[in-house]
Write a protein that binds this ligand. Sequence first.
Ligand code: GAP
Length: 454
Amino acid sequence: MADLDQYQGPATIEKVAALCRRRAFVFPSSDIYGGLGSSFDFGHYGVLLNDNVKAEWQRALIQEREDVVALDSAIILNPKVWEASGHVAGFSDPLVDCRTCKLRFRADALDQSACGRKPSKHPGEFSECDLTEPRAFNLMFETYVGPVREDASRAYLRPETAQGIFVNLKNVTSSMRVKPPFGIAQIGKSFRNEITPGNFLFRMREFEQMEMEFFVPPADAEEWHAYWIDARVRWHVDLGLRPSHVRVRPHTEEELSHYSRATSDIEYLYPIGWLELEGVANRGDYDLRQHSEASGTTLEWIGHEERYVPYVIEPAISVVRATLAFLCDAYDEEVVADRPRTVLRLHPRIAPVKAAVLPLIGKNSAMVEQARGLYQDLRRVMSAEYDDSGAIGKRYRRQDEIGTPWALTIDEQTLADGTVTLRDRDTLAQERIPLAGARQLLLDRLDQPWTLRP
Ligand code: GAP
């Protein structure tokens, strides 16, 4: 993989965020009250895009494999889970306070923060800056279970979905036909009281994670770690990320989380630089041993002739980091026939809408009838849209901006010979195809490998 210095492409975080708002992908949360830091709501197309990303993850990790099963564990777990996992003691960022401007910063990210008094400088750089020594700040959100707000009822919103998997290991092995190497996969919300949010969807306080814990014999852990790094890179590239925008970066000894024996980040070249898209960790037997000891339930694999605590390989990513990478990579601007065009060149399988059906003349009842018939036929098997309002060029541009790969236009010729125009979002090529075969043709195209960058 090539190692670029900086993002090459027309996307900026600001342009992508503006398109997301304009086209109902993402709205600022609690907008009419002025928003809430790093919280976002997803509009119609954002929901469809996220759902497609999750479906592709489930397809690759569960549906197309025989060795991974699904789980959906609770968000609020017994707080002892977080004591045993090490999160109560150690899931923290080092923070410093500025006595002058009263702001709080992550000690390890001062170079990415702006001084409260002189935003052009970093905290500590301005003569009046007066920073405290770093202190640990736990990132878990606390809540109380039951009617009494006391220490005994304190609980946490989970900061990762992984622990719900570890504490279910015995339930899964005793109820499903699994044996190592096997995985348990889960998608669900996680919560972190992040101190340096920002950069649109990149770092949120509430986000969905897609995590898989893969339990293996300890002797095979390194091999499986390499396998999953490779498999996850391929997933991203197969779904459209440019290979030159994806790289693998192993953690240094100092960077490793308390549970990790080795971690590699799959990094994506976002318009703001190379940043973590997904982490693939070898968690060893840390979690299972911790929970065995704290709960008194031994979490191990007992086979016919063997007995051991499995090692765990964990690919972990959030839906938003994936969605943001797909949006940035897909974002394109060009000039077509002297007019600017913004287009999302999303892989058809993750595009929120697969096909738009457009009667050329919205007031022509024969065209409308044919178009609505085709639309109803298509929407039974794929996400489709019908649009008869405005000039055809404007309708195409709208579909380009939401990343719809195919538009089918019903015109005079359709009424005469039963063919429609199929317009390709990326090449802008138009071909005539039989109306009757349109549904199958699109289903076939959705099934084909996709490469872009015409
Ligand atoms: N179970 C391991 C774990 O949670 P992590 O590196 O802290 O490891 C895994 O998080 C992934 O979750 C990251 O690679 C990233 O994709 C995503 N993620 C973490 N914090 C996030 C945040 N504040 N906002 C959005 N995504 C986040």
